[in-house]
Design a protein around this ligand. Structure first.
Ligand code: MSP
Length: 676
């Protein structure tokens, strides 16, 4: 049997998963299911990257151990994947024994082959990205995440990366699909052509890692450690599933975000060459999901919570949206409005409607039985045209899926669904139900439409596995949906005479206004510190929770302005638009039915205001009375739980959960004083 090995990155365990992490994994799962439905034996590997200084620091900030933090966050990932229907075959944690054995083995092989030597590293290092920065007099900001780097001077083992420059360039040239998409490939080629320096691959000041074989004062550089997980997860260097390594390596596709492409397209192939192992066939770099025009990341507080989405949309709608909305490789802006629009127009109107109108007509006119596409006189050219359109869609879909062009693949299915809906309108089956002599025609139209649904459901199964199973059940087909072969699809496979199942709306329409309101409430109440950040885009991304807390307005009462943002900074004029004032809390009480909210009355010197704040979990009302705090005074008022909120207060957002700590003053300040 043909095999297909594909991987996601190993996710850091310093914070809970957000939509960005969900994206890579959904893409991988969709590809894996598609390949299985093409008859491949597939291995999908994912997992967690648990070592290194960023995890050590995050644990210290959260008052826990790296091990405990890693266990908790890994569980959160695994639970999330199961709720999103991710069928991974291997989950590798870099703290597992089987991984340690394999990582040490690769290190030893590279050393034996003469590619590792001992020296001293002195230079700048980004703790968050685990990336070394070019030499300079002052600490430069990390070129990937923009945060300040730190000075590291210590004994280190070095990897002779400089010796791989030409070998890498040759490999890129001989394997034009090794780095995809092509624009990213060009970036990597110029980087490598610019010259490669040897790479420090061990640390003595970090303890949370895998010891260097034979020199336990050093731990292996976290990227070397994590990358090697692609091998150890399928049995390299350990006794677990040993036979899998020979069967699956080299990987066909390694999916990564564009921010970690260099590690995968430069360091990783060089490590493999040094150890004498084959290189993966392809590294595909996808783009970022942005929120408010900047990369979604925990430290910015602009992340979309994949669990919140599950609760309001269900996993399949989110999977569909992620794959359809943005071509793989490009950045995409997330908005709830766009998601709702996709659900209502594509899923409820186009697909859902086609299913329900077709099956309802079968139920009413053919006693729930799939009718025979009848005799010759009932056949029209139109029917043949639909058959051809279906076969064309199957072909286009497969072509695009093979190139990982998921969005285009889905577009071709939607063209077919629109064509089928049009076919029903043109054929007007409802007008054929009265006259018995028209029944052959009615049967043919309904058979044709149901056959389109059968084939579309098979094509959509990798993207929306659960919903497609429900549609499949309604079609009444006995054979398992997942056992259908996409590469062998033919027109006419629908079993006639079969009984259809109970008809239910698989994709109900969403009420945009009600849903948006619910999502807004939930975002304030569940994680008070994560929405409506004042410092839009000013904070570096990928920061570990160990970094200083961010001052965050709590309980938004208005919308952010998008104007004036240049890259990651705003102008002084933008800042001046925000009216920050000193307010004294006169009273505080809980809000019935909202256990996260407190209702505060605050004195602003010239007026008294009511503000609702999502801090009830962290502050009891009586401890707040009399405190002087900072509020954003010029936000539009809004209603929450039927109560007016007129402003928002500022708090630091601390740790992984974003615990709010109110901003206040060392000295007494008159109420209403402006902050600037
Ligand atoms: N631990 C490393 C990877 C080691 S693999 C040998 C790492 N982890 S991460 O948790 O920071 O990121 C994992 C993946 O999530 C990366 O591919 C990254 O691009 C992706 N995403 C994180 N935020 C994202 C978005 N906002 N949008 C899309 N993907 C993003 O890097």
């Amino acid at each position: 049997m043909k095999t297909f090995y594909l991987t996601t990155p190993r996710y850091y365990v310093n914070a809970r998963p957000h939509l960005g992490h969900t994206y890579t994994t959904v893409v991988a799962d969709c590809l894996s299911r598609y390949k299985k439905m093409q008859g491949f034996e597939v291995c999908l590997l994912t997992g967690t990257d648990e070592h290194g200084q960023n995890i050590e620091r995050a644990a210290a900030t959260q008052g826990t151990t790296p091990n405990e933090l890693a266990n908790n966050i890994t569980k959160a990932y695994q639970k999330l994947w199961s709720r999103y229907g991710i069928e991974y075959d291997q989950f590798i944690r870099t703290t597992e024994e089987r991984h340690h054995a394999g990582a040490s083995e690769i290190f030893k092989r590279a050393a034996q082959n003469g590619f590792i030597y001992k020296g001293e590293y002195s230079g700048w290092y980004c703790i968050s990205c685990n990336l070394f920065a070019p030499e300079s007099a002052m600490a430069p900001n990390c070129e990937v995440c923009g945060r300040p780097t730190e000075r590291v001077t210590e004994e280190s083992y070095f990897f002779r990366l400089s010796q791989f420059q030409q070998k890498l360039l040759d490999h890129y040239e001989q394997n034009p699909n090794f780095i995809m998409p092509p624009s990213r490939r060009n970036e990597v080629v110029s980087f490598v052509a610019g010259g490669l320096k040897d790479l420090s691959i061990s640390r003595t000041s970090v303890k949370w890692g895998i010891p260097v074989p034979g020199d336990p004062n050093h731990v292996i550089y976290v990227w070397f450690d994590a990358l090697v997980g692609y091998l150890t997860g399928i049995g390299f260097g350990n006794g677990v599933n040993k036979e899998n390594f020979g069967k699956f390596w080299p990987a066909q596709v390694q999916l990564v975000g564009k921010d970690i492409l260099r590690f995968h397209a430069v360091y990783w192939p060089a490590f493999l060459m040094a150890a004498g192992l084959a290189l993966p066939r392809q590294v595909f770099a996808h783009g970022w999901w942005l929120k408010d025009e900047v990369k979604m990341s925990k430290s910015r507080g602009n992340v979309i919570d994949p669990i919140l989405l599950l609760e309001h949309f269900g996993s399949d709608a989110v999977r569909y949206f992620l794959l359809r909305e943005v071509p793989l490789g490009l950045d995409g802006s997330f908005s709830y409005e766009a998601l709702i629009q996709r659900v209502n127009s594509d899923l409820a109107n186009d697909f859902g409607n086609l299913v329900s109108r077709t099956l309802t007509l079968i139920s009413k006119n053919f006693a729930n039985t799939i009718p025979y596409p009848s005799a010759f006189e009932a056949r029209r050219a139109l029917d043949k045209e639909i058959e051809q359109a279906t076969l064309d869609a199957v072909k286009a879909y497969q072509g695009y899926m093979d190139e990982l062009a998921f969005s285009k693949a889905l577009e071709s299915v939607w063209e077919l669904l629109s064509r089928a809906n049009k076919y029903i309108n043109e054929s007007a089956p409802w007008a054929l139900t009265e006259d018995f002599s028209l029944r052959p025609r009615l049967a043919t139209v309904l058979y044709t439409s149901t056959e389109v649904i059968r084939i579309a459901t098979i094509l959509l199964a990798p993207v929306m596995p659960e919903s497609c199973k429900l549609v499949w059940k309604q079609l009444g087909i006995r054979a398992e949906l997942s056992s259908q072969r996409i590469d062998q699809l033919k027109w006419g496979g629908l079993p006639v005479g079969g009984t259809i199942g109970v008809i239910n709306a698989v994709f109900p329409r969403l009420d945009k206004k009600i849903l948006l309101d619910k999502l807004f409430q939930a975002s304030i109440e569940e994680t008070p510190a994560k929405e409506s950040k004042l410092e839009k885009g000013t904070e570096p991304e990928k920061k570990s929770s160990a970094s200083p807390a961010v001052i965050t307005p709590i309980a938004s009462s208005g919308q952010q302005s998008d104007s004036g943002v240049v890259g990651n900074s705003i102008t002084i004029d933008d800042f001046a638009k925000v009216e920050l004032r000193v307010a004294q809390i006169l009273s505080a009480e809980s809000v019935q039915g909202a256990d996260k909210l407190l209702k505060l009355m605050v004195d602003l010197g010239t007026e008294t205001r009511q503000i609702l704040a999502g801090i009830a979990k962290y502050y009891s009302p009586e401890t707040l009375v009399g405190k002087k705090i900072v509020i954003v005074a010029n936000l539009q008022p809004r209603k929450m739980r039927g109560l007016d909120s007129n402003g928002m207060l500022l708090a630091a957002s601390v740790g992984d959960e974003g615990r709010p700590v109110l901003a206040t003053f060392l000295e007494d300040v008159p109420n209403g004083t402006k902050l600037k």
